[in-house]
Design a protein around this ligand. Sequence first.
Ligand code: SF4
Ligand code: SF4
Ligand code: FES
Length: 498
Amino acid sequence: MPKILIDDREFEVKEGELLIEIMLQNGISIPHFCYHESLGKDGNCRMCMVEIEGQKRPQIACDTPVKDGMVVRTKGEKIEKTKRGILELELVNHPVDCPVCDQAGECKLQDYYMDVGLYDSRLDVPKVKAKKHIHLGSEIMLDQERCVLCKRCVRFTQIYTKTNDLIVEKRSDRSVITTFPGSRFENGYTGNVVDLCPVGALTDRDFRFKKRVWFLTRSKGICTGCSRGCNIWVDHDKNKHQDDTIYRFKPRRNDKVNGFFMCDYGRYSYKKENENRLYQALLNNQTIDIKTALKECENIFAKSVLWVADASLSLEELAYIKALSDKEEVKLVAFLDVYTDDAFEDKLLKKREKASNINAIKLLGIDIVDDTDEVLSRYEYAVLFNFQHLKEKFSLKKVINFTTTDKDIADFYLNIPIASVYEKNGTYINCDWILQKSEKIISKDIQPLTLIELLARIEKRHFDENGVWKEYLSDIKELKGLDISLVGEQGYKIEAKV
Ligand code: SF4
Ligand code: SF4
Ligand code: FES
């Protein structure tokens, strides 16, 4: 295999690979603005300069294919002077906004200045001014003065969404990012440009000024907005006088599921985790304790009752409900039509099924019912397991509603709060049959029990998701031999013939 030396360290490479890729893969610090793994090289920012033996001038690592025997240096007086010079040029017209900039703490310009800059400004002419606080559309704010013109945002709309919403207008130091006159930046994936922007030029209206990023705890989660199951970062914080609260979702790379990105619908769906939550059991709209609520459940479970499972419950919850319905000999159904939204689907990530575990319903063989009215007409009682749809159809029934939300629940006989997706452990099977784990992230002061804990209490036993795997999931043909504890971040592909 060809070998190269970077700062005296030897690396085996594939001929033709870009030098910057090898450096980033091996954790070698290399400043870069315009290059991004998802967009490739553009060569416009000149931040990634390195010295290459045998070359007169420094070269950009993002447009240098490696060759056997190449000797590269990122340190030393000459190259550091070059890097400082480039950075000084980037900062000539950059406003001194760091204290009021929402990107502070995750700004690449700030990081590089601390790494290789650290000079006093030599500027004795006024900086070129540009527009600030431009609402581009959707949730995106643009500050043209902070832009380093790396064109990542422009290229994202050319390469990924192919909507060409953003452009560079004017020339040289008057160049600015903008939209075409009269058009708004709306393409369903706009939030990704905020993640791509290395500086504070593009910020998220929804998040800005809500929280300094260094206070946030970052945990790994799965989006449950549709059956794609995009991998996400859940950024949350529990400060002194507040409960553990989610502030934003950001995409987390998984090449088998969502690549680098996520859609706006999923990105802003974090809000429902914080809002309209139910924390107290309600019997005929009167608060009751959980013990009384579960006793009442038991009474109704014994009657002729229809159980309805939601397709966003975890695989473990669905398996447990299925096992209990078999044991109690009650009818368990799923209404999958209610999740279908043809207008939502596109060729990128969004899937028409707006539920995260439809394939788990299929794998478990839960009865999928099309004629909702016919099934409902046969039952006087219903138990809804986090099923938030068709509420009007249940208005004449006596309903037990296990739910995360307090919205539109006044008509129901008994409402019981349950933990939400980020308050429990669980697995989800996405549209491509990739099984993914989601772990408990949020711990609230008043934490609703998980659905499994509640059902286990009715059964008068101690039980959790691990127990469900042992008792009810390990025998399923498609899951045989799977050790769930070994399923990693890339998920596990199920060979399903459902
Ligand atoms: S707005 Fe951000 S991503 Fe777009 S060109 Fe400027 S610095 Fe780059
Ligand atoms: S595509 Fe689906 S899973 Fe991905 S972020 Fe959007 S709603 Fe969530
Ligand atoms: S990252 Fe290499 S020129 Fe911009």
